[in-house]
Write a protein that binds this ligand. Sequence first.
Ligand code: MG
Ligand code: MG
Length: 269
Amino acid sequence: MIRIKTREEIELMRESALIVSKTLGLLAKEVKPGVSTLYLDKLAEEFIRDNGAIPGFLGLYDFPNTLCMSPNAQVVHGIPNDKPLEDGDIISIDCGALKNGFYGDHAYTFEVGEVAEETKKLLQTTKESLYVGIREFKAGNRVGDVGYAIQKYCEERGYGIVRELVGHGLGKEMHEGPEMPNYGKRGRGKKFVEGLVVAIEPMVNLGTHKINQLNDGWTILTQDNKPSAHFEHDVAIVNGKPELLSTFKYIYDALGIESNEEDEFRQQL
Ligand code: MG
Ligand code: MG
């Protein structure tokens, strides 16, 4: 179901989006070789609760943890465990939080120690494709315009776009309408209107777009066991244009990365 938000509701959603953004910022300092994903999960849960929010994924469809933790060839929905991260790994962390009755939903793929050059490039391209997609999320455009833009950007660079999992409308429920595939045809699908809020989240594979699911009922991984990346922002349509509700700035601050990608994105609208 598609639910359009008022300005007041969008401000509440910004609060939820900032909690998940700050949570990932906190984790950015902790992601390193030797640290387990379960430890990071506990840190995130504590931080979310300390901020007056509820972990958004814990118990949702019976998911057992606060974070989805998907290393290397895992695409999404990995379950935290006590296995330490290793130098050269990548780890996709997806975080949800519920506050004031609204969800935030935000993901970033982190490098653990020194990562192979082709993997770095995959992460960079996936993140770029996120902004390429968000740029198309404006009043009058359609669902297919976002998917087309992301797909084209990634496939032109030789990567595989996961089909089975998609972005989504966001609000009082974690998954509202419309579905937001990272592939599609221009001008097709639901038309975007003022007050729509969605999570846009390209899942991009170094090799084949094909995936499998582990028999834990959750973990999605690439069929060829090559790495996969996942970046996600929450975005509202305000004055006809995409407005970022979540931000990677806390991650960049934690990692000492100088980035003005979000300012540049806004300037180019
Ligand atoms: Mg997410
Ligand atoms: Mg999502």
